[in-house]
Design a protein around this ligand. Structure first.
Ligand SMILES: *Cc1c(COP(=O)(O)O)cnc(C)c1O
Ligand SMILES: [Zn+2]
Length: 551
């Protein structure tokens, strides 16, 4: 047996077309035998399995580099790190309840050093550049790659030239520039920026980062799969959902699960839920048409600049094949659906995300409503990036209330009085609402959605009998009731309220998880304002019904 101390890592690149295997010494653009440009990194998984590699991993600090044996770097001395990876997997109980999904988990990639999952890619890619002795490099980006690479490049002393499409918000360009990189704004689409960047790199003889086509990018994304599997106690989620531009994330995650299977740590692949912005959805268009080749979108029509890759190239084929083999689907989301999802996620789970991330959540909502994602399935969604910086269209202009107390400033003796009267003037009448709901979590959630609006005074009754008494006492402007309750059910509550002259005119909204029969619907008709299906109701829908009912 050879010395165990000599850790020579053997990494091979395998051609996906002809299977040719090449020793990985430096990044190769294409197969040396057939010219194919999609190559896969191969490691000695058998050896890692036999030497119980995962036990070593568990003893290391959390983070991306704890998996360094499966990353394309020869020496750990070359690692450039800012503490990336090791992000939490959050159980989304509130959003899950709204969508009728018990096992919805959010991989919170906002918590990376530059607040998007591109930190993983940047850490591996910049480390590889350092190992290869590259001192200056060029990239094209829809925003986050430029920011993440610039930060890591600063740390490694590498000069970055970042070509950004003019669709990228100015704030993101400034953020990339702050790290000392050269930021070039290309008036045109991302695909055009990429062509300009490539010719610039060629003319200056500089290294061009191939983004998704580089080994570093795909390999870095595998670590998401490793972390997710470990956080789920070595279980594969039924779904991995992500908003995609080039598709590198899910391609890397799928490769990660393939390796976990080979290592004997999990037993199957997840289904992939691929979501794109409707205004730039070449993959979804092709998928819905049953085609394995995507037609590029020449002029992206979406506010979501991060996802504006018009030409996905071959990565679409890879995703198409993965879905055919292991399950999954592709879906698009309009900008309106995206911004609604963005607000909903922030209000229900306390997670403020950038529009690109909200695209994934908008897709999730659609897939859950259509029953494509089943109630008991375990879903992991990539929460890929933080709100950056709060763009006008996210909150509108009225996200803050203006309270002007300067006119009362002379009444120094009683400042509170001035404040209170100013508050009173500002608020129209507060509407009182009684919520009758026996599930305490659901009661809290509904009450929270209403209170966030700031206009409603909410009282929650935990059963039908209590509810009727409460309505009689409070005389609210509106009643929201569940139907299925153990003591007095919703039908009886409605009967009681409608037959009492004191409460007969109060509008009622029914919120139910029950599939109603034709007979039940008839019983309710004429008695209530609206019927909302729980499990698929959204806060916007609920609020709209309330506004209509109170009119
Ligand atoms: C890059 C990016 C995406 C899309 O990722 P790909 O897997 O490369 O398509 C989604 N969300 C955010 C925040 C991103 O930065
Ligand atoms: Zn080949």
């Amino acid at each position: 047996m050879s010395s165990l101390n000599v850790q020579t890592k053997q990494i091979y690149l395998q051609c996906v077309h002809c299977g040719h295997s090449m020793l990985y010494e430096r990044p190769l653009a294409a197969c040396t035998r057939c010219g194919e440009n999609i190559l896969k990194a191969r490691y000695d998984l058998q050896m890692l399995r036999e030497t119980n590699w995962i036990e070593k991993v568990k003893q290391r600090e959390p983070g991306l580099w704890r998996y360094h044996e499966l990353l394309p770097l020869h020496s750990t001395d070359n690692i450039v790190s800012l503490g990336e990876g090791g992000t939490p997997l959050l159980h989304a109980r509130n959003l899950g309840m709204m969508l009728g999904l018990k096992n919805l988990y959010i991989k919170d990639e906002r918590q990376g050093p530059t607040h998007s999952f591109k930190d993983r890619q940047a850490s591996v890619a910049i480390s590889v550049m350092r190992e290869q002795g590259i001192g200056e490099a060029v990239l094209a980006s829809t925003g986050n790659v430029a920011i993440a690479y610039s930060a890591y490049a600063a740390r490694a002393g590498i000069k970055m030239w970042a070509f950004l499409t003019s669709m990228v918000p100015g704030e993101k360009m400034r953020e990339a520039a702050i790290y000392g990189g050269e930021v070039i704004k290309v008036t045109g689409t991302y695909d055009q920026a990429k062509i300009v960047a490539e010719s610039f790199a060629r003319s200056k003889g500089l290294y061009m980062d191939k983004g998704i086509k580089s080994i570093a990018a795909v390999e870095s994304m595998k670590t998401l799969a490793f972390e997710i599997a470990q956080q789920l106690n070595w279980r594969t989620p039924d779904w991995f959902i992500q908003a995609v531009s080039g598709g590198m994330g899910p391609i890397g995650v799928a490769k990660g699960f393939e390796e976990l299977i080979a290592l004997g740590l999990v037993d199957r692949m997840p289904a992939l839920g691929i979501v794109q912005a409707a205004g730039c959805a070449p993959m979804i268009n092709a998928y819905k048409g049953g085609r394995r080749v995507a037609t590029p979108v020449e002029n992206p029509q979406t506010l979501v600049a991060t996802l504006s890759t018009g030409n996905p190239g071959r990565s679409y084929e890879l995703l198409f094949d993965l879905i055919n083999e292991h399950g999954g689907t592709m879906e698009d989301a309009t900008d309106e659906e995206t911004f609604n999802a963005l607000r909903l996620l922030a209000r229900t789970e306390g997670l403020s995300v950038e529009p690109a991330t909200a695209v994934a959540f908008a897709g999730l909502i659609k897939l859950a409503r259509r029953g494509i994602i089943k109630q008991d399935e375990l879903i992991v969604i990539n929460c890929s990036g933080h709100t950056f910086p709060v763009e006008k269209h996210i909150l509108g202009d009225e996200y803050a209330r203006n309270l002007d107390v300067s006119a009362q400033a002379h009444r120094i003796s009683l400042p509170e009085e001035g404040l209170l009267s100013a508050l009173e003037q500002m608020e129209e009448r507060i509407h009182r609402i009684v919520v009758i709901e026996d599930n305490p979590d659901a009661g809290r959630l509904i009450s929270r959605i209403l209170k966030i609006q700031g206009r409603y005074e909410v009282h929650v009754a935990s059963g039908g009998a209590d509810g009727v008494v409460m309505v009689d006492r409070i005389k609210p402007d509106l009643v929201i009731t569940d139907l299925m309750m153990p003591d007095v059910d919703g039908f009886s509550v409605i009967n009681a309220l409608k037959s009492d002259p004191n409460t007969a005119t109060i509008p009622i909204i029914v919120l139910t998880a029950k599939e109603l029969t034709v007979y039940e619907r008839e019983r309710l008709s004429g008695q209530i304002e609206s019927l909302l299906q729980k499990g698929s109701f959204m806060d916007e829908q609920l609020l709209q019904s309330i506004i209509d009912a109170l009119r």
